[in-house]
Design a protein around this ligand. Structure first.
Ligand code: URA
Length: 255
């Protein structure tokens, strides 16, 4: 059976033929859901102006090695070449800096590179990455149009969650990437990404589907694709979250 997000793409493609220019395809998507899943309540109304969230400071220690300030991604990436700021450098094969359109309107932030990513130096290219590609396509973006990065740039052994001090050391580089790219929207994939970027202790089930913000950039936390691979039923919630992002872009285009 085709994956959930493949099916969404099919419905959207059909819908696009019927209603050219209509991004969200609400009635057909609802029909799709009711055909394959139990009925759901109406999606929450989209807030076009996400409220700022001033998060609690949980990762308190200041980074020991503040990165130099760079104005372009290449210089920032080059500055990391031999990074030894944290113990993750010991076992890495490649630093996974991030990739995509330097002028991306939409940025995805994951947790940390996995095995495949460490071997190739590229983010989200394993099984979770394939699902992320489908999610991006279902949002009517291409992988080349968006930017994809992680909270930490080196793989934690056995794919463990990065430790707080590893995050503290690495996140200033992600902050610089965000400053350089200035995306219109950030999607945080999973708890580690959402907690670290938003500096909140709240879990992903509480955070997902609600607009947050990082330095006035709207942030939508949603489930990590690796979780969605294990928990198929959560794809419906993830799709709801991604639709909020699509609606946000759509509302901006209408203005
Ligand atoms: N999971 C992540 O969080 N990031 C990757 O790059 C790959 C898998």
């Amino acid at each position: 059976m085709a994956d959930f997000f493949d099916q969404i793409c099919e419905v959207l493609a059909e819908n696009g033929k019927k209603y050219p220019g209509n991004l969200t395809a609400n009635s057909d998507i609802r029909e799709f859901f009711s055909a394959v899943k139990t009925p759901q309540p109406e999606p929450a109304p989209v807030k076009n102006d996400p409220p700022p969230v001033m998060p609690r400071n949980v990762n308190t220690p200041k980074p020991l090695n503040q990165p130099q300030h760079f104005n372009d991604l290449k210089s920032l990436c080059d500055s990391l070449a031999d990074c030894q700021n944290c113990p993750l450098c010991r076992n890495r094969n490649h630093i996974v800096f991030g990739e995509g359109n330097p002028n991306a309107r939409l940025m995805f932030i994951g947790e940390a590179p996995g095995y495949e990513e460490d071997m190739q130096g590229r983010p989200f290219i394993g099984a979770a990455g394939q699902l992320l590609d489908k999610m991006i396509k279902a949002m009517r973006f291409t992988r080349e149009e968006v930017y994809i990065a992680n909270i930490v740039k080196c793989r934690p052994q056995n794919n463990r969650t990065p430790a707080p001090d590893e995050i503290t050391q690495c996140i200033p580089f992600l902050h610089q990437q965000i400053h350089i790219i200035r995306p219109e929207v950030i999607v945080c994939l999973g708890a580690t990404a959402a907690k670290a970027l938003l500096n909140t202790p709240n879990g992903i089930s509480r955070l997902r589907g609600k607009w947050c913000n990082f330095e006035n950039i709207p942030v939508m936390p949603t489930f990590h694709p690796a979780f969605l691979l294990r928990q198929e039923s959560a794809k419906r919630d993830a799709w709801h979250d991604l639709q909020l992002v699509m609606s946000y872009f759509f509302s901006r285009e209408k203005k």
